[in-house]
Design a binder for this molecule. Structure first.
Ligand SMILES: O=c1ccn([C@H]2C[C@H](O)[C@@H](COP(=O)(O)OP(=O)(O)OP(=O)(O)O)O2)c(=O)[nH]1
Ligand SMILES: [Mg+2]
Length: 154
């Protein structure tokens, strides 16, 4: 479904011409759905690098993040090992999805053409890493990993 609010064109090559381009389910959605080109069965705990049949050329200054779909996660325990996957602007290979079946008991069967993940395109900064001897102080300081407490229960 075309989204008239965007001016950003991303060139896509369909490596598998029978399958669709990434598509937003609703106008304004953040994630465009990606499909699998192959049938896959994932046993409990199993992972697989699944091809999506597309290659893209992101403009410089953009990244595409490969996110899990919440419906597959909630209903089948299917997630992405490296979530969110990072597609660099210079990458011209096939976009792939490292799916994992986190369900402890049930295998999951994915069929060619099923929507398996979603691609979120974002602007991104390329930083200069400047070495210094001392960092400026901050309210948090070095506290992390639960330094503010747990669930916040009384
Ligand atoms: O979910 C993903 C993650 C990555 N990639 C592709 C695009 C990305 O630009 C490239 C490299 O990904 P990343 O930098 O995360 O992996 P790496 O292990 O650091 O590999 P490399 O040494 O090639 O950078 O692989 C995907 O197609 N899907
Ligand atoms: Mg890398």
């Amino acid at each position: 479904m075309p989204d008239s609010r965007t001016d950003l064109d991303i060139h896509v090559v369909r490596l598998d011409p029978d399958l669709p381009l990434p598509a937003y389910a609703h106008p304004g959605d953040a994630g465009a759905d990606l499909v699998t080109t192959v049938d896959v069965v994932l046993a409990p705990g199993e992972r697989a690098l699944v091809p999506t049949g597309i290659a893209i050329a992101l403009p410089e200054g953009y990244v595409a993040l490969v996110h899990p779909r919440s419906g597959l996660a909630a209903k089948h325990g299917v997630s992405i090992v490296n979530a969110p996957g990072t597609v660099d602007a210079g990458y011209r290979g096939e976009v792939k999805v490292l799916l994992v079946n986190l369900d402890p008991a049930e295998p999951v069967e994915l069929r060619r053409g099923d929507r398996i993940a979603q691609l979120v395109v974002q602007r991104v900064e390329t930083a200069r890493f400047v070495e210094v001897d001392v960092l400026p102080s901050s309210a948090r300081g070095t506290g992390g990993y639960g330094s503010t407490g747990g669930f916040g229960r009384p």
